[in-house]
Design a protein around this ligand. Structure first.
Ligand SMILES: *Cc1c(COP(=O)(O)O)cnc(C)c1O
Length: 361
């Protein structure tokens, strides 16, 4: 069996160090906002070439807190891609604003910059870019639009730890960027975890207050905040894994290059372009008979996933908001996409077997 992913195997290389550091953590008895959170925040900010990082409870909260920190007028509109994972859209709704969906480019699966201007209204205040599957958005035209209209850019980097566009790291383009360390992400915790990175010291302080009941010091509350703290124990695990993130990305890029070189033309492959350093959080292909292909691979004991089976505008949860809208490109992607094994738990010979199975379909 070649599973789509195997998280216990993904974390196996860190097992001994996790255990020895966990024992020290246990002895110390400090569980919330201590040295580990502080250390991880510093390390992760440095990794991203940014000044500040604020650890939060998960990736969704990272985006919600980032939007809150902007204090946009009530009912502001935020532009977001129509094929993103639902969390990006939900964060805008929970932050009290209106998501305005814009179609992706059918080759990059990221927001199509040429379609953004048509979605702008007097209420538009920000663009949330999502670097889906580990590929950066085409940032130059997006930055130009944001500049021209005075919009904020918030980056959803939940799938793009270490990805680059024209040599610049994902997470460095926006006013704030939200990361998720959900266990299956390229940098994954052993539970829920997230972070916001920013270069703005005022926003950093604001985010630190909001995640901790609106408080800087114990029992003095300056704003009506929230509880979304990064757990000390998750920060410890993340701090241990972070130095290996580039190696994890290199491994995934190697596996991806095998697919890219060897899969036959029947499959629509991710585009490769020298401006983009892709980290393949997800390696997806597209095929008109996607469901039959998934079934066929499963019979050969090869696990795959679909990211995502239902387009956001077709989700029951979005019926009140988006039901009447039509997003044919997002729907086409959702109907044909299939994610192949491409994890740090896979070896090159695993991928060779998947390639041979696919080419025989
Ligand atoms: C995983 C993910 C999130 C949310 O992260 P959680 O930590 O699960 O809350 C947000 N956006 C995208 C694109 C994601 O893939």
């Amino acid at each position: 069996m070649i599973p789509y992913d195997n998280l216990s195997k993904v974390n196996e290389p860190y097992s001994l160090i996790f255990q020895s550091r966990f024992n020290k953590f246990l002895e110390k008895g400090w569980y919330i906002l201590g040295d580990e959170v502080k250390k991880f925040q510093e390390d992760f900010a440095r990794y991203n070439q940014m000044n500040y990082c604020v650890g939060v409870a998960n990736g969704l909260d990272a985006l919600i807190l980032a939007i809150w920190a902007l204090h946009l007028p009530k009912g502001s509109e935020i532009i977001v891609p129509s094929n993103t994972y639902i969390a990006s859209i939900i964060s805008i709704i929970h932050a009290g604003h209106k998501p305005v969906l814009v179609e992706p480019d059918i080759t990059t699966y990221n927001i199509d910059p040429t379609k953004i201007e048509a979605a702008i209204t007097p209420k538009t205040k920000a663009i949330m870019v999502v670097h889906l599957y580990g590929k950066c958005c085409e940032m130059d035209p997006i930055l130009e639009i944001a500049d021209k209209h005075g919009f904020h850019i918030i980056e959803d980097c939940a799938q793009s730890h270490g990805a680059k566009y024209k040599g610049r790291m994902a997470g460095t383009f926006g006013i704030m960027s939200g990361f998720s360390f959900y266990p299956s992400k390229s940098l994954g915790a052993l539970g829920d975890a997230g972070a916001v990175v920013t270069n703005d010291p005022v926003l950093c302080e604001e985010l630190k207050m909001i995640r901790n009941y609106g408080s800087h010091g114990k029992y003095y509350n300056e704003v009506v905040g929230y509880n979304s703290r990064l757990d000390e124990v998750q920060a410890l695990f993340l701090e241990i894994k972070l130095p290996y993130l580039d190696k994890i990305n290199e491994h995934k890029r190697k596996l991806a290059s095998m697919y890219l070189e060897q899969l036959k033309d029947d499959f629509i492959l991710p585009v490769v372009h020298p401006d983009y350093f892709d980290v393949y959080h997800i390696f997806n292909i597209r095929h008109p008979r996607r469901d039959a292909l998934k079934e066929y691979l499963l019979k050969l004991n090869i696990g795959t996933e679909i990211h995502y089976p239902v387009a956001p505008n077709k989700q029951k949860a979005m019926a009140h908001l988006l039901a009447k809208s039509s997003f044919p490109i997002a729907e086409e992607i959702h109907a044909t996409t299939l994610s192949l094994p491409c994890s740090s738990c896979h070896s090159e010979s695993d991928i060779q077997m998947v390639i041979e199975a696919l080419n025989a379909f």
